[in-house]
Write a protein that binds this ligand. Structure first.
Ligand code: SF4
Ligand code: SF4
Length: 244
């Protein structure tokens, strides 16, 4: 019998014989297609707990698999393999090896939050995608994604100075991701700002990029934040069974 829904079967599980004759009947090629049984034995029983322990993943247990997130998803519209509902299912079932088959596209979430607005159970699927991308990186399955590099640069600046200087964040991000500052879109952006912003503000922005001003009396707040971040990192490493 022909297989009508090959797209639902992993390609590696579809097997064909180039040349096969059974009882005198030539069933070579796709006539001899059969599906190898699929047995998953390496469940990670802690997978849902591990994702829920990372920022954004806290409410994954609420999912009832309605699929509204995937229906609303911007990236799914461009690539049907990008499927938040399916990944949430795999995580809840502990099917780590299946999840890893899609590790190279999970980070592509653009954080548009359309899924979050569509979700009837307040799962925060955008947060779950972020937590999953972070989990993949912490476990060494993927390199650090650009969004994580941006977040780290942003947070570092807040921790150190209690302020955000957009120009400095952008400059550090471009440097950390090996991108030139002379790209056309960036030059056009800066030229647009130069034309529209008052000279005093431009001067302040330029100076802040080099002198890194701090919020007054920031020291105590910084110590409290650093203490909290260290505590959270220790918890995460323990939960994921990582060496610190
Ligand atoms: S936030 Fe990510 S998962 Fe949600 S709709 Fe946008 S691209 Fe899709
Ligand atoms: S919309 Fe919410 S409840 Fe529905 S599948 Fe997505 S995460 Fe689960």
């Amino acid at each position: 019998m022909p297989i009508h829904e090959k797209s639902l079967i992993r390609p590696e599980n579809l097997v064909e014989h180039e040349e096969l004759v059974i009882d005198g009947v030539d069933v070579s090629g796709h006539w001899s297609t059969f599906i190898e049984p699929r047995a998953i034995t390496d469940y990670n029983e802690n997978l849902q707990e591990e994702i829920a322990g990372l920022a954004g993943g806290e409410f994954i247990h609420r999912c009832w698999q309605c699929g509204s997130c995937t229906n609303a998803c911007t990236v799914n519209g461009l690539n049907p393999d990008f499927n938040p509902r399916y990944w949430i299912y795999l995580i809840r079932m502990g099917m780590e090896s299946e999840l890893l088959l899609d590790k190279d596209i999970i980070w592509q979430c653009v954080s548009c939050n359309k899924c979050t607005y569509a979700c009837p159970r307040d799962v925060n699927p955008e947060g779950v995608m972020k937590a999953t991308a972070h989990w993949l990186e912490l476990k060494g399955h993927t390199p650090k994604p650009p969004s994580m590099i941006f977040d780290e640069g942003f947070s570092d600046q807040v921790f150190k100075t209690g302020k955000i200087e957009d120009g400095l964040v952008l400059r550090q991000f471009m440097s950390a991701t090996g991108q030139k500052l002379t790209q056309n879109w960036l030059v056009a952006l800066v030229m647009g700002l130069v034309k529209k912003l008052p000279l005093t503000m431009l001067t302040r922005l330029g100076l802040a990029t080099f002198f890194h001003p701090k919020t007054r009396d920031w020291g105590r707040a910084r110590s409290a934040i650093e203490e909290y971040v260290t505590e959270k990192e220790t918890q995460t490493h323990k939960l994921l069974g990582l060496d610190k």
